[in-house]
Write a protein that binds this ligand. Sequence first.
Ligand code: 13P
Length: 253
Amino acid sequence: MSEKFVVANWKMNGSEALIATFAPALQQGLAAMNGRGAPRVAVCPPAPFLHAMAGRLKGSAVQLGAQNVHPEPEGAFTGEVSAHMLAELNVAVCIVGHSERRQLFGEDDEFIRAKLMALHQVAIEPILCVGETLAEREAGEHEAVVWRQVHAALRGLEVPGDLTVAYEPVWAIGTGRTATPAQANEMHALIRRVLSEQFGDDAAARIGLLYGGSVNAGNAGDLLAQPQIDGALVGGASLKPDAFLAIIHHAKR
Ligand code: 13P
């Protein structure tokens, strides 16, 4: 992948007031990089703020992202949001399979697969998150776990369509502890092999693989320099425009 991809996952944080300062600051920062290899950028605010963020990002290259979707197109699913609804809001990308949803909301591989298929139907690009827990890594099961998560989410899919995969080791999320660049690169290489087996080498090479887990301005340079790391999925550091822009700078071509 020649162009890196940097994604902000605000999780359950932010406000319209934050959007009002964040969106212009981000656009100004990107404009200042103009013509100098600015990476692809997306921002995923909480669902109630998608509309406000869309308004503030209008006319800019920054893409709008959602953090979650329900697999069914409509119906009695109180509190849920469908892929069609996200498409109406001009959402371009959507996170699925985040470890917080797997762990806190009991989402399993099959449910995540259904979400991914629903997004494909409306041409929203899934950002499929995978990653092992600390116990799984310490037991030496990290490769098997991630292999299973990728494989299960993509089962039955013949062509990947627009797809991004994010490797987020659970032990590195919000902990200040990152995978070393070498550890992350190794896991990305494994994910690339799973994608190659399913879609062939050429298609797999075109799928962006993001690293997520305590990415900040200090460690982004080394992580993004790894050959298998095509970008970053950023949590905490994506809530401040300066910190997020500093990461984006490291993703310049
Ligand atoms: P932090 O960057 O806060 O560790 O969060 C990572 C993450 O979960 C992004 O989806």
